[in-house]
Design a protein around this ligand. Structure first.
Ligand code: KIV
Length: 299
């Protein structure tokens, strides 16, 4: 794995932290490879999250528990090779920060060496040792509270979190603890807007919401959801800005039809040898008469 050279003018984690309360919402989107990173950066986002949602969205798994640190480094590296201006945040996958602080720091470092400028992990006070160990290795950490998909089995499914007072208080206290530990931002996923608002008003670092309403310091969506490339499940918080799956399917169907009907490739889409070479080759294969019938007459 080769280290990526920081791009001049690249967004940094401290720059994101400094955006708290500046009045302009922070924009984060997921990307998992070089083409989607170029699209994200071209769209002017502040942060590209190489999320472990790559498991469901790209790799075809049912949940995010299937991806490893090596998988994540593979995708972080692909995003980094697009040299985006946006800050690249690499998602630490399940079990990469749960076993020991030594393993945690090594796994975070693997994502940084692949090109991430920060890492994200899920959980609150339970994960403070992991957060502190990574920060101690000089790697910025983004927190993630509310619906934490790596806890899908413990939570009993993918559902909105923090709906009652006690659960809401736990989220606020966890957010305070993450911010005090030094996280530069905290993702709030699938929590009621009142809870997100309280967290946003309470902690001194930006909150970035997904299914958390408008009272956050920023928003994040999964790239494939907003582009309409992933259409199997549409959570209510997703806004589709394009219908690329439909467009792409229609394009492939047109291509298939063109091939089957002989409209592709055309002469312009074909490499031609010099006439003398073609004639000799045609004589050799016996196609001379056939070509004379099918090639358009010279102008
Ligand atoms: O992996 C991911 O895409 C995420 C976002 C939903 C925040 O963690």
């Amino acid at each position: 794995m080769t280290a990526q050279t920081p791009t001049k003018g690249r967004v940094t984690a401290p720059a994101v932290a400094a955006r708290k309360g500046d009045g302009t919402p922070i924009v984060m989107v997921t990307a998992y490879d070089a083409p989607t990173a170029r699209i994200a950066d071209g769209g002017g986002v502040d942060i590209i999250l190489v999320g472990d949602s790559v498991a469901n969205v790209v790799l075809g798994y049912d949940d995010t528990l299937q991806v490893t640190t090596a998988d994540m480094a593979h995708h972080v590296g692909a995003v980094a090779r697009a040299h985006p201006r946006a800050l690249i945040v690499g998602d630490l996958p399940w079990l990469s920060y749960h076993v020991s602080t030594t393993e945690t720091v090594h796994n975070a470092a693997t994502l940084v060496r692949a090109g991430a400028g920060a890492v994200k992990l899920e959980g609150g006070r339970k994960r403070l040792d992991a957060v502190k160990a990574i920060l101690d290795a000089e790697i910025p950490v983004m927190g993630h509270l509310g619906l934490t998909p790596q806890s899908v089995h413990a939570l009993g499914g993918f559902r909105v979190q923090g709906k009652d007072l006690d659960a809401a208080r736990i989220i606020v206290d966890d957010a305070v603890a993450l911010a005090e530990a030094g996280c530069f931002a905290v993702v709030l996923e699938c929590v009621p807007d009142a809870v997100a608002r309280l967290v946003t008003d309470t902690i001194p670092v930006p909150t970035i919401g997904i299914g958390a309403g408008r009272h956050c310091d920023g928003q994040v969506l999964v790239m494939h959801d907003l582009l309409g490339l992933e259409t199997r499940v549409t959570p209510k918080f997703v806004r589709r800005y394009a219908d690329l799956a439909t467009e792409a399917t229609a394009a492939v169907a047109r291509y298939a039809d063109d091939v089957r009907t002989g409209r592709f490739p055309s002469s312009e889409e074909t490499y031609h040898a010099a006439d003398t070479v073609s004639e000799s080759l045609n004589l050799y294969t016996g196609d001379a008469e056939e070509d004379a019938r099918t090639e358009p007459a010279p102008a």
